[in-house]
Ligand binder design. Structure first.
Ligand code: GDD
Ligand code: MG
Length: 351
């Protein structure tokens, strides 16, 4: 069985972080986001190949994963000539498929039991099965209504406030039958949410919901990107290194924390990073590889990508810093600031 991972979006809501780093490989702690999704797919032994459907900066992603190598899954890359939308991308990537295929949005993190979703799809002999998950406000998602047997009655992408009739939304995880792909126009942009799913309902195909109430998040905005890190640090989503030691200060053995530096968990400090005497790294901070946090600097509730420098007495709070940023002495970066790669904040500046 194959899986198609839709990973071709531009990640506009995560800009400037996604200018040089496509969304599927933004780091979550010390690993690219895709790594967590591939781990989930690996749990289904039947899935032997993952097709990465790419468009935006595909080479950056190929460089990291190659042919799958030691990831334990064969990986194939399909790059659209132009962005074909979520349905166009599935058709383009799934052209040669003859058996049921798992499709995954490339920006969702979850602990769903995929094998159970596939089993339901087979049991119901469905043409399509989609995973639904309850959220407080469905406005940013695809709203889905079902009947008592879990048949999908309505699919409404990005509903207006007065159209919200249910809390269940499309979780971006599907099992599809390729025989339905001929309904997707070839080589033109087409949306799975606005075109393909409504067409299944219109034709009264067997279109089934699997409702999942466990951990699920779409990392597509800075707020959600920060939330994922918090959830992992608090073990709401269980992965290494916090699954075994939630809410602790997790420091790479190859980082250097000088005497007199203060670490308050939960936090994460990656290899090669130096935390100088008098610096404070507070709760919910993530500091990537080879960073420098200098004397008396403060980092709290912030995510700092690799090779950045936070100079003496600078304060970084509730912020995200891209790669190779330089925060000058006594500068303050806070209140939701998101700085792109190589940003320079001069001494005493406030962002
Ligand atoms: N290959 C390819 N080509 N991939 C694409 C394209 C394209 O033209 N456009 C989007 N994608 C990928 C994105 O990279 C992302 O992984 C996925 O398709 C979904 O696109 P988003 O831009 O993240 O959509 P969304 O978050 O607004 O809404 C979607 O996800 C929600 C759940 O997170 C919809 O599927 C909603 O119905 C759903 O609720
Ligand atoms: Mg999304």
């Amino acid at each position: 069985m194959k899986a198609i991972l839709l990973a071709g979006g531009k990640g506009t809501r995560l800009r400037p972080l996604t200018i040089h780093t496509p969304k599927p490989i933004v780091p979550i702690f010390d690993r690219p986001f895709l790594h967590y999704q591939l781990d989930l797919l690996k749990q289904v032994p039947e899935i032997d190949e993952v097709i990465l459907s790419l468009n935006y900066q595909p080479r950056r992603i190929e460089e990291i994963y190659g042919d799958g190598g030691d990831s334990g899954l064969a990986i194939r890359y399909v790059v659209e000539p132009v962005p074909l939308g979520t349905a166009g991308a599935v058709r383009y990537a799934g052209e040669s498929l003859r058996e049921s295929v798992v499709v995954f949005n490339g920006d969702v993190l979850t602990q769903i039991d995929l094998a159970a979703v596939i089993a339901l799809h087979r049991e119901r002999r469905a043409k399509a099965t989609i995973v639904l998950t309850p959220v407080e406000n469905p406005a940013a998602y695809g709203l889905v209504e079902t009947d008592a047997r879990g048949n999908i009655q309505r699919f409404l992408e990005k509903p207006r406030a007065d159209e919200i009739t249910s809390n269940n939304i499309n979780a971006g995880i599907y099992v599809l039958e390729p025989e339905t792909f001929d309904r997707i126009p070839k080589d033109t942009p087409w949306s799975i949410e606005r075109g393909f799913f409504p067409s299944l309902i219109e034709r009264q195909e067997t279109f089934v919901a699997y409702v999942y109430g466990g951990y699920w998040i779409d990392i597509g905005t800075p707020e959600k990107y920060i939330q994922v890190h918090r959830d992992i640090m608090d073990a709401r989503y269980n992965v290494a290194p916090f699954a075994a030691a939630p809410s602790t200060a997790c420091v790479s053995p190859r980082a250097r924390v000088e005497e007199g530096a203060v670490l308050r968990g939960p936090c994460f400090i990656d290899e090669g990073t130096v935390i100088k005497a008098g610096a404070r790294v507070g709760p919910y901070s993530v500091i990537g590889r080879q960073c420098h946090v200098e004397e008396d600097a403060v980092v709290e509730d912030a995510i700092v990508w690799a090779t950045s420098r936070i100079s003496q007495e600078a304060v970084v709070q509730q912020a995200i810093l891209g790669r190779h940023c330089h925060i000058g002495r006594n500068a303050i970066v806070n209140h939701g600031a998101v700085l792109g790669d190589k940003s320079v904040v001069t001494d005493y500046s406030r962002v």
